[in-house]
Design a protein around this ligand. Structure first.
Ligand code: PHE
Length: 453
């Protein structure tokens, strides 16, 4: 079946780079290290690996199958596969709403990152005293216009790529940026592990401390696995609809998952040894990257400034390819015969910009910080909803649809590219995971998480 808009990725390499570009983002480099640090390092890593490979990867394959089989956006894809159960379209809808909410806070953090890239490049960060970085970050993030300005610039870049189209925009930019990103992260890792006292950071990252791995930590690991692989909200259904017909879905998903996982671990390797070598606090939480790393860079002298520029550039580029996928999902859904891609992307960008600005105003001591939704500031509310609640719910419904509602023949036909490639025993194993293991694990973690508050 042709895609809704007739667009698609032109090559296997391009498709993998675009999907990996979506997966590798702030989740890997900003979020993974601090969550891993908070919930027991190696202990968290073990649980995370299980969730990534037994749930996240399975979902990615399933979303690719649903997307490529139908060539539709997530809202139309479900009823197209099961016309007699049209209510399944709501799963697609919840996914898109999740994308919208994620994009709004993603933009806030991307705006901070772009600002830090700018401040490293012009030398502002290098002139700040070590003890002042916390204040600097809070003052900046809680201020009114500066964060919003950077959000606007970042969003404009994202929208330009999406307007460029699937092949000439999304695919081309991902093919260029992803290899650069890999080189940058390796450079940072080498510098970090060769610092004096770096080994304590590696121990911290890989040594399991089970006392810190709480129930909340396990739910966080699941949320992080889904978030990091960009699954559980329909983005991979969208990219699946652009996959070439001869792409091997099983292999592609394995590649992307491994790549995403390794980059998260490499981000930990780039960050923790440096943090320890400079005597900083590894449990710095969300501020780790903005408050602790600049201290580390400043302690390295002139070369530190170069590494600071490289790091924040890396983070900005990683965020860009992920934001592109979120905006692409929303744009694909909105565009149709009446509304062209350009107009759809612009409308979506304007709406999401308003929510992003509201989230930014509510952050920290911002002007809207007093406004609360169920006791949380707008930013924290969105972070919680999109980090731990909505993606697991949507993922659970998707996998139930895949394993129990969709026709098995359709699945096998799509996985084997109409019988032209062998999928062997893996097909059986995968189907078993999708039908039993993934839904039960998702349900248990979700219910336990909700009960524990
Ligand atoms: N996977 C991206 C990251 O790790 C975030 C993302 C989530 C992108 C959902 C698209 C959809 O940063």
């Amino acid at each position: 079946m042709a895609t809704k808009t007739g667009e698609g990725f032109s090559s296997s390499f391009g498709a993998i780079m675009a999907a990996a570009g979506s997966a590798v983002g702030l989740g890997n480099i900003w979020r993974f290290p601090y969550i891993c640090g908070r919930y027991g390092g190696g202990a968290f890593l073990m649980v995370y690996i299980c969730f990534v490979f037994f749930i996240g990867m399975i979902l990615m394959m399933s979303e690719f199958v649903i997307g490529r089989r139908t060539g539709e956006d997530p809202v139309k894809a479900y009823p197209k596969l099961k016309p007699e159960r049209p209510a399944w379209r709501f799963v697609g809808l919840i996914g898109l709403i999740t994308c919208f909410l994620i994009l709004s806070i993603y933009l806030v953090i991307s705006g901070w990152t772009l600002n830090y890239f700018y401040e490293s490049a012009v030398g502002t960060l290098a002139s700040i005293q070590d003890s002042d970085f916390g204040v600097h970050f809070n003052e900046f993030a809680s201020s009114v216009w500066r964060p919003v300005l950077f959000i606007a610039v970042f969003l404009a870049l994202t929208a330009l790529v999406v307007i460029g189209g699937v092949e000439k925009g999304v695919e081309r930019v991902s093919k260029l940026l992803m290899p650069i990103l890999v080189v940058l992260i390796f450079l940072l890792c080498i510098r970090s592990v060769t610092l004096k006292g770096a080994s304590a950071g590696l121990t911290y990252l890989f040594h399991p401390d089970f006392s810190k791995l709480t129930g909340e930590g396990i739910l966080a690991a699941l949320g992080q696995a889904l978030f990091s692989l960009s699954v559980g909200m329909g983005v991979m259904i969208v990219y699946g609809s652009y996959l070439p017909k001869d792409e091997n879905i099983l292999k592609t998903s394995i590649w992307i998952t491994v790549c995403d996982f390794l980059i998260a671990v490499l981000a930990g390797v780039a960050i923790f040894p440096a943090v320890f070598a400079c005597g900083q606090d590894p449990t710095g939480g969300p501020g780790l990257v903005y408050q602790v790393l600049p201290v580390v860079f400043n302690s390295m002298g002139t070369i530190g400034r170069v590494f600071s520029i490289i790091f924040f550039l890396l983070l900005t580029l990683a965020a860009l390819t992920s934001a592109i996928s979120l905006l692409e999902a929303l744009t694909q859904w909105l565009s149709g015969e009446k509304l062209k891609r350009t107009m759809s992307a612009i409308i979506m960008s304007l709406i999401v910009f308003v929510l992003a600005a509201a989230a930014s105003f509510s952050f920290g001591d911002g002007i809207w910080s007093g406004f609360k939704i169920s006791g949380l500031q707008i930013f924290d509310f969105l972070d919680k909803a999109t980090g731990t609640i909505l993606p697991p719910v949507c993922a659970l419904l998707t996998i139930i649809f895949f394993g129990w509602v969709m026709n098995k023949e359709d699945i096998v036909d799509e996985l084997s590219n109409h019988g032209t490639i062998k999928v062997g025993y893996f097909k059986v194993f995968y189907y078993f995971l999708a039908r039993f293991v993934a839904p039960v694990a998702l349900l248990v973690v979700l219910v336990a998480g909700i009960i524990n508050g």
